[in-house]
Design a protein. Structure first.
Ligand code: V47
Length: 391
């Protein structure tokens, strides 16, 4: 125990970690030192998930105490037309294929209208990539959402979609981002990053932008004043070293821009994809991925346990393995349900609140930018806004 001033709690953590070969990493965690590539590999390889999780939980509680965030959101997957042919994806269709669809702006508006009775603060809008969709369509669907619910925050278009939108517009991405913002875009989701490794790209998503391109677009998004999330698709053919490298590249961009709000490990769901023979991650893999995200991404404020992919009980556990966010009510989801997710497509706000309480955490309803909308912790309730009862 070389740390001069440790609390009994820190000493217990240090003892647990040391007993499982993680003493040197625990000392760094307690001293708030940045972990290295080798530390990341050691944490992935260490068989004692409990010790790895305890280290991540220490960081999670240092940053957020017992708070666990959720939001009341709605997903809209505006088209499944896609020319990227990613081998892990069960959602994509080519025109004429059974189930292919593209919503009109009016249909997007109808989806928003259908939820007007619910206290939705965010629409999460992502889809396939189809070059024949005109640029005006993207502006129109943003305006359609705002025409029905002007105060809603639109988090839309992954870096992959933004790449195509700028190509379709035949304008620099910077100019396109300004036009999308003027039409209502509020922030950008984290998808499309997959695993940055060029080996994995060649094997599984070779028609999509590379890791370098994803990061370059994220940099421009942040420079345009938009916050974004970031992700890694795990549990398929990636190695431990490739995962650490992916997280390191996210961390380096975050040092530069500070624009990432939340990291979300996306658990691969194999069903109905070309990679249906790959078993996908276990619960242990999912909890470890959450913990590694929290420990390595020391400059990204939030780690999300996306319940749609992880399932509710694992998302609850993840709140003690580094996660401080569980996403939201969702309403209607296609990408993962086409790939065999058996979770519900919607949960009620009150259910989310109860799961978080049952996991021993304090629920905080946030908006997309983490302003507090409602909290069970009275001093966090927004000034001038009475805390509503959970409904
Ligand atoms: O980029 C595709 C992944 C992503 C599968 O920002 C799959 O808050 C698992 O962007 N199994 C899109 N994953 C989803 C996305 C997202 C989701 C949740 C929260 C946020 C956020 C963003 O879904 C894709 C791809 O990496 N994906 N197919 C599959 N079979």
């Amino acid at each position: 125990m070389s740390l001069a001033t440790t609390s009994p709690r820190d000493e217990r953590l240090l003892r647990l970690a040391s007993a499982h070969g993680l003493g040197a990493i625990a000392e760094k965690v307690l001293a708030r030192e940045r972990l290295t590539h080798d530390d990341g590999v050691a944490l992935y390889r260490n068989p004692h998930l409990h010790a790895v999780g305890a280290l991540a939980n220490h960081v999670r509680e240092r940053l957020h105490g017992d708070l666990a965030y959720f939001n009341v959101n709605q997903h809209v997957n505006y088209t499944n037309l896609c020319n990227k042919l990613c081998r892990f994806c069960a959602f994509q269709r080519l025109p004429g294929q059974a189930g292919a669809y593209q919503m009109t702006p009016e249909q997007v508006a109808d989806k928003i209208r259908a939820q007007l009775g619910e206290p939705v603060t965010e629409v999460h809008m992502v889809a396939g990539v189809w070059p024949k969709i005109p640029y005006s369509y993207y502006l129109d669907i943003l305006r359609a959402v705002k025409s029905v619910r002007p105060e809603i925050h639109i988090k839309a278009f992954t870096m992959v979609e933004l790449d195509q939108i700028a190509k379709t517009a035949k304008k620099p991405l910077e100019a396109v981002l300004e036009e999308l913002k003027a039409a209502g875009l509020g922030s950008v989701p984290g998808g499309g990053a997959e695993v940055f490794s060029e080996r994995i790209r060649q094997e599984t998503y070779h028609l999509k932008i590379s890791g370098d391109e994803w990061l370059a677009i994220a940099r421009k998004v942040h420079k345009a004043g938009l916050r974004s999330n970031c992700t890694m698709l795990h549990g398929h053919v990636e190695t431990v070293e490739e995962r650490v490298d992916h997280l390191d590249r996210l961390r380096r961009l975050q040092d530069e821009t500070g624009g990432f709000q939340t990291y979300i490990p996306l658990s691969f769901h194999p069903e109905n994809s070309e990679m249906a023979d790959v078993p996908g991650p276990t619960a242990v893999d999912e909890l470890r991925e959450i913990a590694l995200g929290r420990l390595l991404l020391d400059n990204i404020p939030h780690i999300k346990a996306y319940w749609i992919l992880m399932d509710i009980p694992i998302a609850q556990l993840a709140l003690s393995y580094g996660a401080d966010d569980v996403d939201g009510t969702v309403v209607e989801e296609h990408i993962y349900h086409d790939a065999g997710a058996t979770t519900p497509e919607v949960v009620k706000r009150a259910e989310l609140v109860q799961w978080i309480r049952d996991a021993g955490r304090i629920p905080v309803e946030r908006d997309t930018l983490y302003n507090v909308v409602w909290s069970a912790e009275p001093e966090l309730a927004p000034v001038g806004k009475p805390a509503p009862v959970a409904s």
